[in-house]
Write a protein that binds this ligand. Sequence first.
Ligand code: AMP
Ligand code: MG
Length: 516
Amino acid sequence: MVTTLPAATGFLAVASPDSGVALRPAFAAQGSRTVVRESNGRQHLYAVLLHAGAVPDGSVARRGGTAVLLAGELYNQPDLCSLLPDGAAADSDVHLVLALLDRYGVSAFRLLNGRFAVVAMLGNRVLLATDHAGSVPLYVTARPGQVAAATEAKSLAGTAGVGVPPGARSLAALPGARSLAALPGVCQLRAGMVLEIDVAKGATDVHRTWRPPLERRILPEGEATDLVRDTLRHAVRARTGTDTPLVVISGGIDSSSVAALTVEAAGGATIDTLAMGSEHDNEFPEARTVAEHLATRHSEIIVPTADLLAQLPYAVWAAETTNVDIIEYLLPLTALYLRVGDTPRRILTGYGADIPLGGMHREGRLPALEQAVSHDMATFDGLNEMTPVLSAVGGHWSTHPFWDREVLAVLTSLEAGLKHRYGRDKWVLRTAMADLLPATTVNRPKLGVHEGSGTTAAFSALLVSAGVPPSQLREAKYLVLQALFRRVVANGEHPDAVDFAKTVDEVAGMQRRSVG
Ligand code: AMP
Ligand code: MG
């Protein structure tokens, strides 16, 4: 059963044979915090769970020497329950994971379609697991005698007190995790991965649970469009609960498709939609067209450009990345999520459709389209584009149906000629949704959120006005993000403590000196 927010949305956990480990969590995500202590005679698992409401009911499950913590949620519970002899095991997602671990061992994680990070204690081992897309980032520090894992890297940074001491063994060399250059000793678990660690010995095993499909399917047009619509419909249903869902829409085909299917899933109840823009750039008329067609309760939020840029420290705080492109996509969404209101909401987005469909690739030659899709599917991991922390800084839970495990597999695996056809980008999706949306929406060309909100242009203009030579813009943007990362992630400062204008001036000064 889907509730407004999952039972837990984040955690910091430490496993050790020693007792009395001190935890100093640092989360950008809002929520109540509850300390959990588990012990199985061989080791202890101490955790701080981040959750909505008073008690994190349904985020911890234990039986025998095993304890499982889960942040996030599953989307294929009915299928998973059908694998278990006693339906009673399924009162919550975490109990389902425990029961599946019992039955299938580590390969249980190959069965899950969800948006989650898991830490489990089994005998003298610890399991850490990400979903197929690594959509809930999971960070790790490990040394013989102690493994720490957290859904936000800042909880593992030096100040949190669970960092790797000098000379300790690092997990960086393992295929299951990548080390973070900006946070020495901290690794990020890869997407679709289970890392199994014997805490006392420090011995490690990795198990891959998902891989983007490399093969391509050939289907007749009608079958392909039916498959896309049905799979996406299922993914939206699995993400829609009894509470009124909110869909953030730009009026483009991706978010409008999600909105149309959410209206269907709500079965007659009115859903909410929300569009955001700046005073200079917005897609309000296009979003309104969709909202009127679908009869949603629609609102618009105007974020002045200066306010938008001033929220860059928040975007870095939430997404924990210094990738310029990613932060430019995520900044308008950060600003939006911070303005949704005080009541926690379940938010559906159209995020990520362009990656398997090659939508950002505006030309039709199939080899280039295929290359773009293959490249993007091979390199998405670790960018944190899908992180739930972005909406959690506003107290909300976001979920992206286009990155549902089954939707992603279907979209990725369609042969390129179904993605670009009759001169149209994302042909298969546009055609699949033609009956549910206005023709102008179905035919609308792609506009990225960073373009539609004017974010990229405004960030460039800010740096140029601070004196950055136009040829140095990209580098300057990166340096600004790096400086912000140091403050709000590595040093654990609150974004409000960062003087953003001063950070920009310092970077611009450095750039002028290096050029002049
Ligand atoms: P895009 O880069 O346009 O694909 O944006 C990714 C997702 O962010 C969309 O599918 C929407 O769910 C959301 N989004 C983009 N632009 C806006 C906007 N102006 N207002 C509200 N939500 C948006
Ligand atoms: Mg768009």
